[in-house]
Design a protein around this ligand. Structure first.
Ligand code: FAD
Length: 287
């Protein structure tokens, strides 16, 4: 078991891990390697650094963590749960830790489909573990085409009568067993219903009756992960206090996922604050 699992290897996650490791804490980074920083052509506004591509700055950060011998697991996190300790589930494995830092940046993957906003909370959900129970013996669909969609479908399978994965025009990933589900790759035109959603209409004019739709596009976003474990979120951001603690004890969030200034300097700062608070807590409890 780790003292701390940091999810994300962008500026926030690397900063938190460096502080933790230098304080002799047993820390591990789990990352799928898709930092926003990699998309920045040039960073010219970071203190003391000559103009540098985001990609290069990202790899310098990663190198710094590797130099400190921080274990880096290249994997995609699909769920965080709380047993006695935190259990972080990835596509390939499961990890346990006393503390978790969510440093997964900001992205909310939503399909651009008519009716989405109208039916959010009225049959359209973003969390199978939170809302799946409401669909006992009902027909539900999961929108997505990757590991995260399969994770959500597997969660729903335990309660729902049927689970269909709708890839919305994308190819379903091929290296996973989806034999428990119907998979439909037709592009979606519209979510329809009266007060609540009851139908999906496809671009080819076909329709499918549904009682609920779960959105699980791409990888689990910061708010997806926070929501599953019951942390309070506001809009697209995870709510934290001044020490970067979320509303769940020993769960921290830092960087773009907490909102505000979406810049490297703020991510680095918040990563450090989260780490220092965890170090203090660990040291107090270890005494
Ligand atoms: C085009 C562009 C230009 C920019 N220009 C600047 C600039 O000039 N100056 C500046 O200061 N900032 C700039 N930024 C913003 C800066 O890149 C971000 O503020 C910063 O990267 C945020 O760091 P972070 O660690 O919070 O998140 P990110 O850097 O996005 O890192 C998130 C990490 O989480 C991981 N992750 C996410 N989901 C999962 C999952 N489910 N499982 C496992 N791992 C996961 C990712 O792989 C990644 O390692 C720019 C951003 C963009 C997109």
């Amino acid at each position: 078991m780790y003292d701390v699992i940091v999810i994300g290897s962008g500026p926030a996650g690397i900063s938190a891990s460096i502080y933790l490791k230098r304080a002799q804490k047993n820390v591990c980074i789990i990352t799928d390697g898709n930092s926003a920083l990699k998309k920045a052509k040039k960073i010219e506004n970071y203190y003391g650094v000559e103009p540098i591509s985001g990609e290069e700055l990202y790899s310098i950060g990663l190198k710094q963590a590797k130099k400190l011998e921080i274990p880096i697991e290249e994997d995609e996190v699909t769920n965080i749960s709380l047993d006695r300790n935190f259990v972080v589930r990835t596509v390939n494995s499961e990890y346990e830790a006393k503390y978790v830092v969510i440093a997964t940046g900001t992205n909310r993957n939503t399909p651009k489909v008519k009716g989405l906003k109208e039916f959010e909370g009225k049959g359209i959900s973003y969390c199978a573990i939170c809302d799946g129970f409401f669909y006992k013996d009902k027909d539900v669909a999961v929108v997505g085409n990757g590991n995260y969609a399969i994770h959500e479908a597997e969660t729903l399978k335990l309660v729902a009568k049927s689970v269909t994965i709708l890839t919305n025009g994308k190819k379903m990933i091929e290296n996973r067993d989806t034999s428990d589900f119907e998979v439909d790759e037709t592009p979606i035109r519209e979510f329809r219903g009266n007060n609540v959603i009851n139908e999906v209409e496809f671009e080819n004019n076909n329709t499918k009756k549904v009682d609920g739709v779960f959105i699980a596009i791409g990888t689990a976003s910061s708010v997806d992960l926070a929501r599953k474990i019951g942390a309070v979120i506001k809009g697209n951001n995870i709510v934290t206090n001044e020490n970067m603690q979320t509303t769940v004890r020993k769960l921290y969030a830092c960087g773009d996922c907490t909102g505000g200034l979406l810049q490297v300097n703020k991510a680095v700062y918040e990563g450090a604050i989260a780490a220092l608070d965890i170090i203090k807590d660990l040291n107090t409890n270890e005494e």
